[in-house]
Design a protein around this ligand. Structure first.
Ligand code: HEM
Length: 517
């Protein structure tokens, strides 16, 4: 028993262990990326932690990512077991699913509908929705946080189910935000007994195990949303009233993909989850950073004014002419990666690397945060400085060996890399251009003292996905000319919106009527 928790000599180094628990007693339960980055300074770009008898390996360099996650991606494609998640979803949450036939079916389906070509077909609604973001910010800028969250949910809902969320309060958006909240509580590291490390804890009676009640509640909330939406889509297909959304295609090609009803429901639901709060987290961080770094904002304004001017809104054809805006996006990924530790992987067979043996079934964390904040690679990594990407492709210090670097590190690595990259990139480009073109972002003013209220660059939510906690800032439209163009574009987008407004609630209809009269 004494050897349980002890670090095997062939493992990469790491913090001292204690019997039985290994490093479980010091394993960070919140903002783990900070601690993981501190440990990387002490133990290097590959180190290990013992969690009871199990092993966690943390990698904090592009070189190790390239070797272990990419070159050996067939081996590091699995995810660690997650009893609570599986209890809630029956193992069908694609993001956390174990490697196996079900994950392969889900992944294949995701690829089929998220190719660069397939996402181009859905640009009109994405553009219309990003126009509404500008319109909403014009009318109620103080609600920017919910406007952004509405946007990313509405885009995925429109693409997948042909049904948009015109308001933050739209029924399906609310159901999603509620079920997502429960899901986050259920997955919160350290919040529940470690049922994966010590399986006997799974058998504690329900009255002493509040996590079991939470699991049931979460399962119910998710299924209500996922299968409600699926059935609505199914009915449309049966009536021959398709509107061209992804889930109709999924339903029609069910046999080809190998999906049954259960898998189809979870496929759609997980796409909403994976596509909504990720995109909005990025855009909220962008606003936070633009507010805190006015010099960056000035440069971005200057570039967009030169290229786009003030007589029309930006569009995707402008992107190649906007290198600084592109650099702003890269720098936002670097400063505030949406998933600072990506999502943990697991190796299917033992690995030998740099003389270490990483046993089969180890959990592998890619410490994206640590890589992006490494002062040996990035000059002054805590400063939001898009210019670093103007000098070289990866924004690194001169003479850095960048052979293992690639552009989309914020989207993970290997065979579990984010399949939504193309869709997400279009959203990030459209909204970053629009936000910079139309608005200035300043500190809010404290009404009693008249002093500016600074923003806190580190006040972020806990969890696998981070997003800034709601903060205050002042968002103003740059001129009345810009405002008029936004109003006009919003009106002109009505026919595009209407294709996705087939089955809305009375409240949504009333809101649309009020904004359109
Ligand atoms: C800014 C936006 C986004 C970011 C930064 C992001 C980032 C990530 C990251 C870091 C992972 C884990 C990769 C790994 O395990 O190495 C991931 C997985 C995933 N993402 Fe995204 N994502 C974004 C948007 C989207 C969108 C729009 C969709 C789909 C509509 C999507 C669908 C998924 C799915 C399904 C997975 C799980 C893949 C698997 O485990 O096989 N994501 N994403």
């Amino acid at each position: 028993l004494y050897i349980i928790g002890r670090r095997e000599p062939s493992l990469p180094p790491g913090p001292p262990t204690i019997p039985l628990l290994g490093n479980l007693n010091i394993f960070p339960t919140e903002y783990a990326h900070y601690k993981f980055t501190d440990w990387a300074k002490e133990y290097g770009d590959i180190y290990s932690l013992k969690i009871g008898p199990g092993t966690v390996v943390v990698i904090t360099s592009m070189e190790a990512v390239r070797e272990l996650m990419e070159k050996r991606s067939g081996n590091t494609v699995d995810r660690p077991p997650n009893y609570i998640a599986d209890n809630i979803t029956g193992g069908l949450n694609m993001v956390l699913a174990r490697y196996g036939s079900k994950w392969r079916i889900l992944r294949k389906t995701a690829h089929a509908i998220l190719t660069p070509n397939a996402v181009t077909a859905h640009l009109p609604i994405q553009i219309a929705e990003s126009t509404q973001v500008m319109y909403d910010l014009l009318k109620t800028p103080e609600l920017f946080y919910t406007h952004i969250r509405r946007y990313s949910n509405s885009v995925v809902m429109s693409l997948l189910y042909g049904k948009r969320s015109p308001r933050y309060e739209t029924r399906e958006a609310t159901l999603f935000f509620e079920s997502q909240h429960l899901w986050e509580l259920a997955l919160e590291p350290g919040a529940h007994p470690p049922v994966d490390v010590f399986p006997f804890l799974r058998y504690v009676p329900r009255r002493w195990a509040p996590w079991k009640v939470l699991c049931d509640k979460t399962r119910e909330a998710q299924r209500k949303l996922y299968f409600g939406l699926l059935d609505e889509c199914l009915k449309r297909v049966q009536r021959g009233k398709e509107n061209g959304c992804y889930m109709e295609e999924v339903i029609k090609r069910q046999d080809e993909f190998g999906l049954d009803r259960e898998l189809s429901g979870y496929f759609g639901g997980v796409m909403i989850e994976a596509g909504s709060d990720t995109t909005s987290s990025f855009l909220q961080s962008l606003i936070l950073l633009l507010t805190a770094f006015p010099n960056v904002q000035r440069k971005a304004h200057k570039e967009i004014d030169q290229v786009v001017g003030d007589q029309r809104v930006p569009n995707l054809d402008d992107v190649p002419h906007l290198p600084y805006i592109q650099a702003v996006i890269k720098e936002t990924h670097r400063m505030r990666p949406v998933a600072p530790l990506a999502v943990p992987h697991l190796n299917r067979e033992a690995e030998t690397y740099r003389g270490y043996v990483i046993p089969k079934g180890s959990t592998i964390f890619v410490n994206t945060w640590g890589i992006f904040h490494d002062p040996d690679i990035y000059h002054d990594p805590q400063t939001f400085n898009p210019d670093r990407y103007m000098h070289n492709e990866h924004g690194t210090k001169p003479n850095t060996d960048t052979r293992s670097f690639r552009a989309n590190m914020g989207f993970g690595s290997g065979r579990r890399i984010c399949p939504g990259i193309h869709l997400a990139n279009n959203s990030l480009l459209l909204n970053t251009m629009n936000l910079v073109w139309a608005f200035t972002f300043d500190y809010a003013t404290d009404p009693s003292s008249g002093q500016p209220i600074p923003v806190n660059l580190f006040d972020y939510h806990k969890g696998i996905l981070t997003a800034p906690k709601p903060f205050r800032c002042k968002i103003s439209c740059r001129s009345s000319g810009h405002a008029q163009i936004i109003e006009r574009e919003f009106r002109e987008a009505i026919p595009t919106f209407q294709r996705f407004e087939g089955n809305l609630s009375v409240e949504d209809e009333a809101w649309l009527k009020a904004t359109r009269d």
